[in-house]
Every structure is written in structure tokens, then in C-alpha cells.
Design a protein around this ligand. Structure first.
Ligand code: MGD
Ligand code: MGD
Ligand code: MO
Length: 764
């Protein structure tokens, strides 16, 4: 398994002349406004563009299909950010790809186009079928599409031979119906994008604080004294979080950022929708920037806590919150013993941060009565992703920083409803209690064996154990690790089905037969038998609220995601189903009524979700109750990961540019990092470049070797960047070919997309 072939069609190189300039010092400001308007008008036209943006994140508008950052209680007239506007424009664009497009372009022809080109062609409009052996997609009716799926599913020897993936844009209503269909069919094979994203947070937090979600609300940012932002690039990926950081900074809250890169958004920010954001220097955001080595966070956090321990030894009782620790936690003594034993040498070496800087971070933590820790993919996508998260919890527990206002854990979620999908039961490892409730309410036999997560679904398709693949959104081929391996896995299937809004590479690498089922997006009006519907979503802080699409759908032939699920279910189960699919879909209030019956925290769902601002789901840890096995929060002990890099080896992280949403690439520029026209680039430290005898701009091949197999990503240009020695930065999804499918986190099985050992060789 290699990608030695430079013409490998899986990722098409459409780079132009690479230009590199120093990254800007300030995020936001006028360039962000300009970028927003450009995207909106180019894709939607002036009128549709402005109208659409003004409905974004409003009480009676739709939820931004970008990230999962919550909306403030008092919303501004324009409650959106540059990158949210790009995500909206990309969905609400006026161009379409219909049957004619697919007559004109064969699949092998489309394989030669880049993912960026495919996405830019427009919205999918009709159901499409690729017949066995055919090089074209052809239009078919919804009825034929559903009966084809039903025939394939019913022909399987076991329901476990089918896999049902979900990406995180799917609404609560669609997600609930989808998992119900899948469980009524008889399997828990429900992998999702969360498996590749915050699964390490979910697993880590559940074990030690009893809830797999964050514990803070947006208002906590107003009353905290210190915010640690770890392994996260909010200026690009959660721009609306910048508003919260800015207002905290103006109140004197200390902000510490821990990142191998000095991300533009983490230093200075100008609010693009404020007068002060148009003129002026912007607000300084980081009081302390710690340029940690890739995967040096366990070492660094231990260092900070060891400093705190030394201060506690000097001033007993003044640093740690002993009362909280005694009443509410377990494992403190073992934790402290390990902290005393860990050596400063190992901490400094593995974190790449000197004692003095570590000391400064510890002082900020000690001085903060209330502290919040935020994190994202920089912590979760490592082999020790779960340990990273639990080390953050240790840090919070030392001063009782969980379960009171202004303090807590804040995993910042990615997709706009990824957290809601999990609440709705999109999970390969559902609890027994959840399955019991499904059985009671719907008179079905819910499967009890755990299902396949993303990594194991790929492996099962590769080995032939799984034969039918259905994806509710997403781009499974490009988002998963080991692109070539995953491609083989998908090709092995008898049927692959993609429920999508836009064309992506995942539609081109298919099973014997393939279906594309085009669906409504967030922005569009959803008319069902009993009238206009709205859907609901849960943000990163556990607030459930409505999302109402208003635009005219891109095509009259689109179905909503819930209607597509009902169509598949009715065709698969026929008359024998105990579930009234058509009735549920006719009025989504009925779906919400059954959700209320199955899932705790949704009492009076239909009434409460119509209240301004929606409602918060219960979160015991937020209130200081830890529903773990011991009834207490747990301190845990983790060893410092050591990558033992040899000469010529680098630890590679795969990250997002400023102009992409996951696998959807808008342009080949990365404005906040000063990179233009190219995505096949590898960022390296200047001294490493020199030591390797390379020069910036030079093309190299990236090679990853793993357990006797070799993977190559050819033709990446060297970019000199301010980053720690021995680290490398590349973009997702171009570098996914290098990530071995078996290189995933302990227990959460999240691919180690941020710590892959690579070598470089000259590109011939
Ligand atoms: N515009 C836009 N918004 C998005 C997305 C998008 O693609 N585009 N994607 C959405 C999704 S699904 C998600 S999950 C989020 C992702 O949001 P992020 O997690 O912010 O995204 P990444 O680009 O993966 O960046 C991770 C950051 O971690 C740093 N990092 C890498 N390795 C380490 C490490 O070992 N330690 C530390 N401390 N830092 C490290 C990188 O330098 C980078 O700044 O954003 C969501 N929002
Ligand atoms: N190397 C590396 N790999 C990674 C990551 C990384 O940091 N590095 N990050 C991981 C993370 S955090 C995530 S979340 C995953 C993302 O994985 P996915 O969620 O699978 O990927 P996306 O690129 O978000 O999916 C984009 C596609 O979704 C479809 N789509 C968009 N909106 C809708 C909608 O409303 N409904 C439906 N049905 N379809 C829609 C469109 O067809 C679009 O082409 O990737 C993971 N992969
Ligand atoms: Mo994500």
C-alpha cells in the first residue's frame, strides 16, 4: 500500500505558484469583512447573499452550518463570522449539478478534478445511481433509490454487515430517526465524525467527571479570571469564540495559549463588526503564549502542576483547594506522588518549554479564582488523546475549578450539531439504558453488541465483513485516515450510499453500486405533509435551540434528511414496521415528542425549544455532581509520551487552513499563516530546513513508515515557519494518505492525525 504514483487520482494537485509572506499579526478587522462579502456575493449573488447572512444565528433564522460555538443571549444584528459566512455561502450557492452535468462528466473524468473544483460546481439536485461497471452517474427516482437500498440491506446475512456513518451537520430530528432506523434494522454500526474529532474528550471526561461533555456556559467566559486555550485555532475554526475572548481580555482575564504555532487569532483580534474593529490596533489576546512541541502537552501540564505543587509546599493550603479535593475527588495522593517523581528534565525536554515560562503559566493558574480550559483537535488527535484530556481535568481539579460559575472544562466542538447527534444516539457504543428505552417506546429488539467506530468500519469494509455503506453527510473517503486503504475499503462494498448536499471525492470512489441522495441544507425551507418544519440542534455548551431554513431549495427534487431516513426505513421494513415513519416525518413535532420519551433532559421539548434561546440540557458536573462509578471526580496518572525521533524524522500534525471547512476547500490560500496558492506544503522550523540541506519552496515527498508498510505523499513544498524543532505541519485532507489506519488513540480510537512520524525525501 503506497502512493508512489504521482498521478494518484485520490488527491489531485491544483496548487499554483506558492507565495509565502509573514503571517498577519491581527485576526479579524477589515480583511475579514472583505472576505465575507466576497464569498457571499460570488456564490449567492448580492441579494440572496445579504439576505441570507442576516438570518444567520437569529432567533427566527437558521443555525450556522459552520462550527458549534454557541450564540450569545443578546444577539448582534449580524451574528456571524467570516468563516460561518463562507460555510453558508457554500451551501446556499446558486449553481447546481444536475443529470446533464453527470452525462457530460464521467466518473473517471471527475477523478482528475480537485476536491475544490468538485465542490465549486454547485448543489446536487437529483438522486443519482452508478450501476455496476458504469463510469457515469445517472438520474433515478427516489422510489427506485429506496427500494435498491432496501433490497441490498435485506439481502445481507446479518445486519452487522452494514455500516451507517454520520457527519455532524445532521439535525437532532434526522439523527434520532436515523439511529432508530439502524437499530430497528438490527445493528449498532453507527460510526460518526466524532470518532475522528472529540471522541478522546468524550471518553476522557466521562471516566473522570461522569459526563462526556464540557461543563461551561458562554456566560462563564464573562466571570472567569483565566482562560487556557490549548491545541485550538479559534481565529480560523471558531471565530465567534474570539468575541468571547476579546471581551474577557478587556475585563482583565488572563489568556494563555498553548500551541506549536503562534496562530494569528491567538495574539490579537479586531472585531470585524465593531467600529473599534475597523480602526485601531485590536485587542491583545494572549498574556502568555507557550510554543509547545507537538504532543508535548502532558509534559507541559505536568510541569505547570509541578510548579503549583512546589508553591503549595511553600505555602501549604494556599494553592490547592483541599476541601474540594477531599470532598469531591479520588486519586489525589497517587497523582501527587507521580508529580513529585516526574523529572524537570523530562518535562522541559518533552514539552519544549523552559522552567521560567512554565512558572509564569503556573502563576496565572494560582492567581485565578476561576479558570476555564478550552481545547480542540490539538489535544484529541494523538495516541494519548484521552490522557491529554484527563491531564487537563487534573489541572482543573487541583483548585476545584469544575462545578462552579466562571470555571470548568470547555472542549470546543467542531461540526455544528456533532454534540447533538451523539445525544440523539448516534454512537457505536450506546448505553444499555438508552437501548432499553428504545425498546419500550418503539416495540423493537435493539441490538446489544457494540458496533463499529470509524476506524473499525474502514477495516471491516476492507476485509469484506461489511458490505453496505450508508453516509448521512460528510466525506468519509477524504476525512478518514489512510486514504488509499479507505478507498480500497469503499470499493469492496456491494453498495455505497451518500446523502449529501455537495459533490466531493467520496462520491467517486464507490462500491459496485453507488447512490447519491441529495438533501436539503440548513438554509433551506423544509416543507412536509403538514406544513413548514424547523429542526433543532445542540451547541458545544449543551443548549438546544431551533434552526429554521428559509431559502427556496436548490432543487424541487430534494428531500430532507428525516424524509430520506423514513424513505429508506419504509422500503426496508415494508408494512411490518412498528414505527409510523410517514407520520413522524409529516410533522417534526412528533419526532421531538418521541425523542422526549426516550432521552432524559428533553421534557416539554416542543414547548421549551420554542422559547427564546432554547434550553440547556442537564449537566451534573456543571453543578458539581460527578456521576462516575465512585460518585467523585477522578485524578489520573499518565506517563509523558516520548516520540524518540531519529535524525531526519519529524512529528507531523495535519491542520486546517483559513479557507476550508474540513474536506471542503474554498481556496488554496491560508491568509492567517501568510500562505497563498498552495495546499501541498509542509511547514518546518528554519533550522531543521537548513540542517536537512533543504531550501524553502523546494518540493519534497513526505514518507511515513509504519509496521513494515510505507506511505508516500509526493510533491509538497517546504515552507519555513515559526514552530518548534522536529515538528512538521501539513493540511488535512492532503496529508491523510500518510496516516496509518492503525495509528489511533488508546480507548477513543481517534486517528492520531496530529502525531505522525514522517521523513522527507527530495521530490524527483
Ligand atoms: N472555518 C472552519 N471552521 C471549522 C472547521 C473548519 O475546517 N473550518 N472545522 C470544524 C471542526 S469539525 C472542528 S473539529 C474544529 C477544529 O478546530 P481546531 O482544533 O482549532 O482545528 P485544527 O486545524 O485541527 O487545529 C488544531 C490546532 O492545534 C494545534 N496543535 C496541533 N498539534 C498540537 C499539539 O500536540 N498540542 C497543542 N497544544 N496544539 C497542537 C495546531 O497548531 C492548531 O492550531 O473546527 C470546526 N470549525
Ligand atoms: N488528517 C486529519 N483528518 C481529519 C481531521 C484532522 O484534523 N486531520 N479532522 C477530523 C474531524 S475533527 C472531523 S469532524 C472529520 C470531518 O469529516 P466529515 O464530517 O465526514 O467531513 P466534511 O468535510 O465535514 O463533509 C463535507 C461534506 O458533507 C456534505 N454536507 C454538507 N452539509 C450537509 C448537510 O447539511 N447534510 C448532508 N447530508 N450533507 C452535508 C457535503 O456533501 C460535503 O461535501 O474529519 C476528520 N479528519
Ligand atoms: Mo471535528
Amino acid at each position: 500500500m503506497t502512493t508512489e504514483d504521482p498521478n494518484d487520482p485520490i488527491i489531485v494537485n491544483d496548487d499554483e505558484d506558492l507565495q509565502v509572506s509573514p503571517p498577519p499579526e491581527v485576526a479579524g478587522g477589515i480583511p475579514a469583512v472583505m472576505a465575507t462579502m466576497k464569498h457571499a456575493q460570488k456564490k449567492m449573488g448580492v441579494f440572496r447573499g445579504t439576505k441570507t447572512l442576516l438570518r444567520l444565528n437569529k432567533e427566527d433564522g437558521f443555525d450556522c452550518p459552520g462550527c458549534a460555538w454557541p450564540d450569545p443571549a443578546h444577539r448582534a444584528p449580524a451574528e456571524f463570522c467570516e468563516n460561518g459566512a463562507k460555510a453558508v455561502a457554500d451551501e446556499a450557492m446558486s449553481d447546481t449539478v444536475g443529470a446533464e452535468f453527470f452525462q457530460k462528466h464521467s466518473i473517471s473524468d471527475l477523478m482528475k478534478k480537485s476536491g475544490r473544483w468538485l465542490n465549486a460546481q454547485g448543489r446536487l439536485t437529483h438522486p443519482l445511481l452508478r450501476s455496476p461497471g458504469s463510469d457515469h452517474y445517472e438520474e433515478l427516482s427516489w422510489e427506485d433509490a429506496f427500494s435498491l437500498i432496501a433490497d441490498e440491506l435485506n439481502a445481507l446475512d446479518s445486519p452487522d454487515e452494514a455500516v451507517f456513518y454520520t457527519s455532524g451537520r445532521t439535525s437532532n430530528e434526522a439523527a434520532f430517526l436515523y439511529q432508530l432506523f439502524v437499530r430497528a434494522f438490527g445493528t449498532n454500526n453507527l460510526p460518526d465524525c466524532s470518532n475522528m474529532c472529540h471522541e478522546s474528550s468524550g471518553v476522557g471526561l466521562s471516566e473522570v467527571i461522569g459526563v462526556g461533555k464540557g461543563t461551561v456556559l458562554l456566560e462563564d467566559f464573562d466571570r472567569t479570571d483565566a482562560i487556557f486555550v490549548i491545541g485550538q485555532n479559534p481565529g480560523t475554526n471558531h471565530p465567534r469564540m474570539m468575541t468571547a475572548l476579546q471581551s474577557a481580555a478587556r475585563k482583565g482575564t488572563k489568556i494563555v495559549s498553548i500551541n506549536p504555532l503562534k496562530e494569528t487569532g491567538l495574539t490579537r483580534f479586531k472585531h470585524p463588526q465593531e467600529v473599534r474593529g475597523i480602526v485601531g490596533k485590536g485587542t491583545a489576546l494572549s498574556d502568555l503564549f507557550l510554543q509547545v512541541r507537538i504532543n508535548g502537552d502532558v509534559a507541559l501540564l505536568k510541569g505547570i502542576m509541578k510548579e503549583m505543587l512546589e508553591e503549595e509546599d511553600r505555602r501549604p493550603g494556599e494553592v490547592f483547594d483541599h476541601e474540594f479535593i477531599k470532598e469531591n475527588t479520588t486519586g489525589f495522593d497517587d497523582f501527587i506522588e507521580d508529580l513529585r517523581e516526574s523529572s524537570w528534565e523530562e518535562i522541559v525536554e518533552n514539552s519544549g518549554i523552559g522552567r521560567e515560562e512554565i512558572r509564569k503559566a503556573a502563576e496565572i493558574a494560582i492567581d485565578a479564582d476561576r479558570m476555564i480550559c478550552c481545547w480542540a483537535m490539538g489535544l484529541t488527535q494523538h495516541k494519548n488523546g484521552v490522557a491529554n484530556i484527563q491531564e487537563v481535568v487534573n489541572f482543573l481539579l487541583l483548585r476545584g475549578q469544575i462545578g462552579r460559575p466562571g470555571a470548568g472544562a470547555c472542549p470546543v466542538r467542531g461540526h455544528s450539531n456533532v454534540q447533538g447527534d451523539r445525544t440523539m444516539g448516534i454512537w457505536d457504543r450506546p448505553s444499555e439504558a438508552f437501548l432499553d428505552r428504545l425498546e419500550e417506546v418503539f416495540a423493537i429488539d435493539a441490538p446489544r453488541d457494540h458496533g463499529l467506530d470509524t476506524v473499525h468500519a474502514i477495516k471491516a469494509m476492507k476485509s469484506g465483513e461489511a458490505k453496505v455503506f450508508v453516509a448521512m453527510g460528510g466525506n468519509f473517503l477524504s476525512a478518514t485516515p489512510d486514504t488509499d486503504y479507505t478507498a480500497e475499503a469503499l470499493k469492496n462494498c456491494r453498495l455505497t450510499v451518500q446523502i449529501s448536499t455537495k459533490l466531493n471525492r467520496g462520491h467517486l470512489v464507490t462500491g459496485d453500486r453507488a447512490l447519491i441522495l441529495p438533501c436539503l441544507g440548513r438554509t433551506e425551507a423544509d416543507e412536509q405533509a403538514e406544513g413548514l418544519q424547523f429542526v433543532t440542534v445542540e451547541n458545544s455548551m449543551g443548549i438546544v435551540h431551533p434552526s429554521r431554513g428559509k431559502l427556496e431549495p436548490a432543487s424541487s427534487d430534494l428531500l430532507s434528511e428525516p424524509a430520506i431516513v423514513a424513505g429508506m426505513a419504509q422500503a426496508t421494513f415494508g408494512e411490518s414496521s412498528s414505527i409510523p415513519w410517514a407520520e413522524l416525518v409529516a410533522d417534526y413535532d412528533r419526532i421531538r415528542d418521541v425523542i422526549e420519551e426516550v432521552i432524559d433532559g428533553f421534557e416539554f421539548y416542543n414547548r421549551r425549544v420554542r422559547q427564546p434561546g432554547g434550553f440547556a440540557l442537564p449537566n451534573p458536573a456543571r453543578e458539581g455532581r460527578f456521576e462516575t462509578e465512585t460518585g467523585k471526580a477522578g485524578f489520573t496518572v499518565h506517563s509523558i509520551p516520548d516520540h524518540d525521533l531519529q535524525k531526519g524524522e519529524y512529528l507531523m500534525m495535519t491542520i486546517r487552513s483559513h479557507d476550508q471547512f474540513n474536506t471542503t476547500v474554498y481556496t488554496n490560500d491560508d491568509r492567517y499563516r501568510g500562505i497563498k496558492n498552495a495546499r501541498r506544503i509542509v511547514m518546518l522550523n528554519a533550522e531543521d530546513i537548513e540542517e536537512a540541506g533543504l531550501i524553502p519552496g523546494q518540493p519534497v515527498d513526505l514518507v511515513s513508515e509504519y509496521a513494515g508498510t510505507k506511505r508516500v505523499a509526493p510533491d509538497f513544498k517546504v515552507v519555513s515557519y515559526d514552530m518548534p524543532r522536529k515538528s512538521a505541519g501539513t493540511y488535512f485532507p492532503e496529508a491523510n494518505v500518510l496516516i496509518p489506519v492503525d495509528e489511533y488513540a488508546h480507548r477513543s480510537h481517534t486517528p492520531a492525525s496530529k502525531s505522525i512520524v514522517i521523513r522527507l525525501r527530495t521530490h524527483q
